[in-house]
Design a protein around this ligand. Structure first.
Ligand code: 2AM
Length: 185
């Protein structure tokens, strides 16, 4: 029997003006389905279902992290789902401090008993998740991604990261902030 768990992940939120800007961009892209502006985020480590009694150890591991703040730049667009895309996202300019935070957090969470899946970290902000699209719509989205890849570059300060609980019950899912961890050395 699968243990009753909370679906949780660690991530970053975005300043409201950038969420609004991305939401407008998502509208202009005419995505099959969009992520609501208040739900836009960048995932650092996805944990999936965690039994509530294991959460405290993960929370303490996150609290013990000591990392400086940094700046990120939203840049470019991308698709997931090679031949039949099922998500469109905004990318981030390469930032070693982000890679370092992600790696340190993942290592700390593993030590605290979590088992995040070992996928390569591709920093992204999902603007839309949708059923795999047929060739014609796939081609349109690919053209939009190419056209949008040089545009929209926004710098923002990352001062903390967040433990989110994901509620799948509704449509769209709702992300609840459980805890926030300041970045400091
Ligand atoms: P996505 O935006 O690319 O879908 C909550 O589901 C967050 O965790 C989303 O940002 C999602 O990424 C991310 N995530 C990473 N791995 C996941 C997985 N295996 N299942 C669901 N969400 C995952």
């Amino acid at each position: 029997r699968r243990p009753e768990g909370w679906r949780v992940f660690f991530g970053l939120d975005l300043p409201v003006h950038l969420r609004n800007r991305l939401a407008v961009e998502a509208l202009a892209l005419r995505l099959p389905r969009r992520v609501a502006p208040e739900d836009l985020h960048l995932t650092l480590v996805f944990l999936g279902e965690v039994p509530p009694d294991r959460l405290q150890a993960l929370h303490e591991a996150a609290e013990a992290l000591s990392m400086p703040g940094f700046a990120l730049r939203i840049e470019g667009l991308g698709l997931f789902g090679r031949s039949a895309p099922n998500a469109l996202w905004a990318g981030l300019a390469p930032e070693p401090a982000l890679e370092a935070l992600q790696a340190k957090l993942e290592t700390a969470l593993r030590r605290a008993g979590a088992t995040p899946e070992k996928r390569r970290f591709v920093p992204h902000i999902t603007l839309g998740r949708f059923p795999p699209q047929p060739p014609e719509e796939a081609a349109r989205l690919e053209r939009a991604v190419v056209a949008g890849s040089g545009t929209g570059s926004d710098l923002f300060e990352v001062r903390d990261f967040i433990l989110f609980r994901s509620h799948l019950g509704g449509d769209p899912p709702h992300y609840e902030e459980l805890a926030r961890y300041p970045l400091r050395t």
